[in-house]
Design a protein. Structure first.
Length: 345
């Protein structure tokens, strides 16, 4: 099977399993698991921040960040297609009591000017109490639903600077920040520079079994630890999984370039197939979104699956394909042959 549904389907390699088996562990709630502590130190350093907090999922990491930065009743600015909105089950509303307000976007990115425009100008004639306070701006890099789109460093810096000028906090959902760094040639700590907190995933393209880290300023991470426990994230002998994450960060970051090359190869090949609509110029990292024009996405995906290729239908005619560490360039060529037959049948 060639599994292109997601980069979350990646399974631990043999070497990673050996690192997991050998992990020294403690108790994460006592914060004395040596492997968790080592992972937290390492990731904080990579991102150029004071501290990091290991958590079971990226969703928990984002939602703890929102809870840490806000008070119930606040407004959080984000892209409408942000993961925190469309895939986190209403958690901003349910767990933090905040309202999301959406900024206009181009491929998942927005501008400093749109942040400024979202802040209400309160006329002197009206009480401030009639205007809900905006307290946080969230970016997502790479942007998942926008096709793994990458923010440039100037775009990020401009948004963060504007936010801070306006007295807002900044959070980045960097589930795939590793991909953004490889694709843009700008180190993670530079991309993270303007952000008070950043969430990074180990369980996507890096291939660890699970886990994310919330990284940021010391006072924020200290406060975040309280909400990690509140949200049920104290995961005891977490060092087993942290060992997989450490292995992934140390050994699988650079190889993300292979995933990006394979995604570009896939997009270029798809563009040659009649009945497939794709714009290869939008493929910046490991994701390819394309349309099947002659039949609906679901039966198309079923035909591909029957031939050994798993794809993810994401719309009536839309398909997502994500390259990952189990997929080679030869697999991409096989996948293209399967797609060609499936859309013609
Ligand atoms: C996967 C993902 C998350 C959440 O990670 P989980 O570990 O699946 O909860 C957050 N943001 C983005 C952009 C993601 O792709």
């Amino acid at each position: 099977m060639i599994d292109l549904r997601s980069d979350t389907v990646t399974r631990p390699t043999d070497a990673m399993r050996r690192a997991i088996a050998a992990a020294e562990v403690g108790d994460d709630v006592y914060h004395d698991d040596p492997t968790v502590l080592e992972l937290e130190r390492h990731v904080a350093e990579l991102l150029g921040k004071d501290d990091a907090m290991y958590v079971p999922t990226g969703t928990m990491s984002n939602q703890v960040a929102l809870r840490t930065h806000t008070q119930p009743g606040d407004v959080v600015l984000a892209a409408e297609q942000a993961h925190i909105h469309i895939h986190e089950m209403g958690a901003p509303y349910a767990l933090s009591g905040v309202t999301l307000q959406f900024l206009p976007t181009v491929r998942g990115t927005f501008t400093a000017e749109s942040v400024r425009a979202a802040i209400p100008e309160i006329p002197t004639s009206m009480p401030a109490a009639l205007f809900q306070p905006v307290s946080l701006v969230c970016t997502e890099n790479t942007h998942n639903v926008a096709g793994g789109a990458v923010w440039t460093r100037p775009q990020l810096d401009a948004v963060a600077e504007m936010a801070h000028d306006l007295g807002l906090a900044t959070h980045m959902d960097g589930a795939r920040l590793w991909n953004a760094a490889v694709a843009s040639g700008v180190a993670e700590h530079e991309l993270a520079a303007g952000f008070d907190t950043v969430s990074v995933c180990f369980s996507k393209g890096l291939g660890a079994p699970l886990g994310s880290a919330l990284v940021g300023r010391q006072d924020l991470i200290d406060r975040a630890r309280r909400f990690k426990q509140m949200f049920g994230g104290g995961f005891r002998q977490a060092g087993m999984m942290a060992a997989g994450a450490l292995f992934a960060v140390r050994h699988h970051r650079d190889r993300l370039a292979e995933d990006h090359a394979n995604a570009a190869r896939l997009a270029a090949g798809l563009a040659e197939i009649p009945g497939i609509a794709v714009d290869p110029s939008t493929v910046a990292t490991n994701m390819v979104y394309f349309d099947v024009t002659r039949l609906p996405a679901s039966p198309f995906a079923e035909r591909c699956a029957a031939e050994g290729l798993l794809l993810l239908p994401t719309g009536p005619h839309q398909i997502r394909a994500v390259t990952n560490l189990h997929v080679s360039a030869a697999d991409i060529d096989r996948a293209l042959a399967i797609v060609e037959r499936a859309q013609a049948a």
